[in-house]
Design a protein around this ligand. Structure first.
Ligand code: SF4
Ligand code: SF4
Length: 400
């Protein structure tokens, strides 16, 4: 007897028959497979987009005898959407995946207990932030330090910069993980925006954007977090995000045009400001997150464009297939071996360049690379940190 149940009520308003029709759009051509990081790492059809869609089809047709088999292979998916971006039949993989994951969640096939605890914590305003002391402790323990390796919670040195008199207000989305693990990037983003003359408003009670909840099937909490963001960011001003992973989700949650990419916004703001940057004769590597490439239609050009304001700086994208670093969703924590295998081609390309600075636009990827490169002298930073470092000011005492 099949152990599956037909989908009841879809969290994305996709009923079972509609969802089946969506999966039927897949013509099984396999063009997505070479770009799938989990297929590259596991080498199995059920670890590919085509294999996952086929499993979901069987589930919807009550033909699947082992739901746990499907659950395992869905849970390995990093959510990179390399598949969706290359598919010639325009199969909406994300919608198919999220609807199936939500159904599994509702039928009791939930993520592991510690992951559910993490989801609850992320959904609380400042939830993860309260655990900063624990993160610091874990980072010192050999068995656990990979969990939080590369966290940056220390306050960066603060210096006066020439500021244009106030122009307009903007919101800054600080999220959950980023507040707790990458406060330095948020501080540098705030400093640069203020230096461009903006008043930065970061409302209290911000929580997670909900992308991890959605990916793991907790669609109820994802919807609640979307509603919270809409309430918190109610003024008709841009909501700036520094982390591409959160940004892709915020663009789903907030009215069209409101969630604004820090990189593009700063590129424009810096051009019209009087701020100057000291030259840096160096070639740096650029890593563009899957969230930017596949969910925001961006590319490494976004990073290069922003950094082009630094005189003499040269940039070079790292491009080894499958592009994904494997850290998507919570894989860096839940499946560190898979993550290490997926990121290896990128790490090798990076080391082969001989450069010692990698710029990445996404916190999860940044922490992942910092962990992978911890035995090297290669540093990994967000573009705003590099800009902040090069900003002309009265004196300088911070180095990266
Ligand atoms: S998802 Fe698209 S690219 Fe992949 S097998 Fe199906 S039709 Fe082909
Ligand atoms: S989202 Fe990424 S990991 Fe998941 S099936 Fe598509 S290509 Fe593979």
């Amino acid at each position: 007897m099949p152990t599956g149940t037909r989908l009841s009520k879809s969290p994305h308003n996709t009923n079972p028959d509609s969802l089946l029709k969506l999966t039927d759009l897949c013509v099984m051509c396999g063009m997505c497979i070479p770009n799938c990081p989990t297929y590259q790492s596991h080498g199995m059809e059920s670890e590919s987009p085509r294999g996952r869609i086929a499993l979901i089809q069987s589930y919807l047709r009550d033909q699947l005898h082992d739901i746990d088999h499907m659950k395992t292979h869905l849970q390995h998916c990093t959510g990179c959407l390399n598949c969706e971006s290359i598919c010639p039949s325009r199969v909406p993989y994300a919608e198919i995946y999220h609807t199936a994951a939500a159904q599994l969640f509702q039928t009791g096939k939930k993520p592991r207990r510690w992951l559910r605890f993490l989801l609850r914590l992320m959904a609380r305003p400042g939830g993860l932030n309260r655990l900063t002391g624990l993160f610091k402790l874990l980072s010192r323990l050999p068995d656990y330090h990979y969990l939080v390796h590369g966290m940056s919670t220390t306050e960066p040195c603060s210096q006066s910069v020439s500021s244009v008199p106030g122009q307009s207000d903007i919101y800054l989305f600080v999220g959950c993980m980023e507040q707790a693990l990458d406060a330095t990037t948020l501080k540098h983003a705030t400093d640069l925006l203020q230096a461009c003359g903006y008043r930065v408003i970061a409302p209290l009670n911000q929580a997670c954007c909900g992308s991890l909840h959605q990916h793991l099937g907790d669609s109820t909490t994802a919807r609640q977090l979307a509603a919270t963001s809409n309430t918190l960011f109610s003024q008709d001003i841009p909501v700036i995000f520094a982390n591409a992973g959160c940004g892709a989700q915020l663009r789903q949650n907030l009215p069209e045009g409101k969630a604004t990419d820090l990189l593009g916004f700063l590129s424009q703001a810096l051009k019209s400001s009087r701020l100057r940057f000291t030259p840096r004769e160096q070639e740096v590597s650029l890593h563009t997150s899957c969230s930017r490439r596949n969910k925001m239609s961006g590319s490494s050009d976004d990073l290069a464009q922003l950094l082009s304001i630094i005189p003499d700086l040269k940039t070079r994208p790292i491009t080894s297939k499958p592009y994904c670093c494997g850290a998507g969703a919570a894989h860096r924590l839940s499946d560190p071996q898979q993550t290490a295998a997926i990121r290896q081609p990128l790490v090798e390309q990076l080391i082969s360049t001989g450069e010692n600075l990698l710029v990445s636009d996404n916190m999860n990827c940044t922490l992942n690379f910092r962990e992978a490169l911890s035995d090297t002298d290669i540093r990994v930073v967000h573009p705003v940190t590099l800009l902040w470092q090069q900003l002309e000011r009265t004196s300088s005492s911070c180095d990266i």
